[in-house]
Design a protein around this ligand. Structure first.
Ligand SMILES: Nc1ncnc2c1ncn2[C@@H]1O[C@H](COP(=O)(O)OP(=O)(O)OP(=O)(O)O)[C@@H](O)[C@H]1O
Ligand SMILES: [Mg+2]
Length: 410
């Protein structure tokens, strides 16, 4: 197949999710905006709770999704910005301090201060995925976002360090490279989703992003425009489906259908005269059941999930700093009543987010299930300006990429 577009202007996001793999192809326009020109999606059975448990079927799903996206975009895909999630993701805030060499902060000084800040003890089976600058301090003057060129003698950096299990990063890298693709960068999923689901105002004001997928609920908290806390809770849509299957004694696939068609996250939204048809296991005949019974089961799980998210937010110490409230995205956030229930549990404003910030097939990708995929695309399109110090980036152009990153915004 002949590449229709020049390699340079293309960027691809690959979201390897627990329910599906999505590849989204974007073309970077002259003004820096991104036009979506292809999308491929394939169901994936190779992950449990956000981590790969079956390499072969994950690989196959990636292959299919990428082929579909290539066909639609009329191009060949060689490299992807891939997302990673799972319980193994850890994060902490760290600081570093250096003396400013030449009275004025240079790129070299910023390199060194971030190096100092990333020097945190990391277990042998973990690796650093991101070092995300929050703010710089020069001679006790804090809140600086762009230190280069400023005068002073002492430079301090506050950063958010994200780590991941080495084995998990290797497994996803293997699956991707077996499909003949190169990973431009591995990006923690909630960081990616923040690019497509949040507005700058929300990040400045303080916001908690919650991406409820099939296998994991990913959390990212922003205040003053920078990322402060990240976490991953291994409970999401799959658990809801499983609860329904157990409670209604119906096969998982039927439970999933019933959930999408009839379930709601607030019992009071189901009228007491509504009934649903539930297929039974084996060849027993199907039964009718009150929709309220279904709602009870579903509400209990969503309530538990939201209280876990709230506990995480409290633990971060940022509960009172998220003035813009909660932004929910991901497939499982689309259930009827999710917003109302979340408002009740969190006592803060709640918004459902669909991905924004791209043109082209914007209607197609404007679905909460594509928040991570579109976010990866946006992250990739600005990779030169928001590239984080990835531990794997030891290549030739690593320094060059770092330099261009420092010039950009974060
Ligand atoms: N309308 C809906 N109502 C309720 N649940 C829904 C709806 N649409 C999708 N879901 C659920 O959302 C989940 C899939 O969401 P999503 O595609 O965001 O997950 P994923 O990215 O594959 O998984 P993860 O991010 O956890 O690895 C499934 O559990 C599905 O049942
Ligand atoms: Mg997801």
């Amino acid at each position: 197949m002949m590449p229709r577009k020049t390699e340079k202007s293309l960027v691809v996001g690959l979201d390897v999710g627990t329910s599906k793999v999505v590849a989204i192809v974007g073309e970077i326009q002259a003004d820096g905006s991104v036009e979506v020109i292809g999308l491929g999606s394939h169901p994936c059975r190779g992950l449990k709770r956000g981590v790969i448990v079956d390499m072969a079927s994950t690989e196959q799903a990636i292959q299919r999704a990428v082929e579909e996206a290539e066909l639609m975009a009329g191009c060949e895909i060689h490299s992807v910005f891939a997302g990673i999630s799972g319980n193994h993701i850890g994060s902490l805030n760290s600081d570093g301090t250096v003396a400013i060499k030449d009275k004025e902060v240079s790129e070299g000084d910023v390199d060194r201060v971030l190096d100092a800040a990333r020097a945190v003890p990391v277990a042998a089976d973990q690796k650093i995925l991101h070092v995300l600058p929050q703010e710089y301090v020069i001679d006790n003057q804090g809140g600086i976002r762009q230190p280069i060129g400023m005068s002073g003698v002492r430079l301090e950096a506050h950063v958010h360090v994200v780590t991941a299990a080495l084995s998990a990063t290797q497994n996803i890298s293997k699956c991707v490279s077996r499909c003949g693709l190169v990973i431009d960068e591995l990006i923690m999923q909630p960081l990616a989703a923040s690019f497509s689901a949040l507005t700058q105002d929300e990040k400045d004001l303080g916001v908690c992003l919650v991406d409820i997928g099939a296998g994991t609920t990913d959390i990212a908290v922003f205040t003053d425009g920078a990322i402060r806390h990240t976490a991953c809770i291994p409970i999401a849509g799959d658990q809801v489906t499983n609860d329904i299957a157990v409670a209604l004694r119906t096969p998982t696939q039927h439970a999933e259908d019933i959930k999408i068609k009839y379930a709601c996250a607030l019992e009071q939204l189901a009228r007491n005269d509504e009934t649903i048809q539930v297929p039974s296991v084996g060849d027993r005949t199907s039964r009718r059941l009150a929709r309220q019974t279904l709602a009870q089961v579903v509400e209990a799980r969503y309530r538990e999930l939201f209280s876990l998210v709230l506990a995480e937010l409290r633990r971060s110490g940022l509960e009172n700093m998220v003035a813009a409230g909660l932004v929910m995205t991901g497939g499982a956030s689309r259930i009827e009543g999710a917003e109302e229930l979340a408002e009740e549990v969190f006592h803060m404003p709640v918004r459902l987010a669909t991905p924004h910030g791209v043109s082209g097939l914007a209607d197609v990708v404007s679905n909460a299930i594509y928040a991570t995929g579109v976010g990866l695309l946006l992250y990739g399109s600005r990779a030169d300006s928001n590239r984080s110090l990835s531990a794997s980036g030891g290549g030739d152009d690593f320094v060059g990429r770092l330099k261009s990153w420092f010039r950009g915004e974060f």
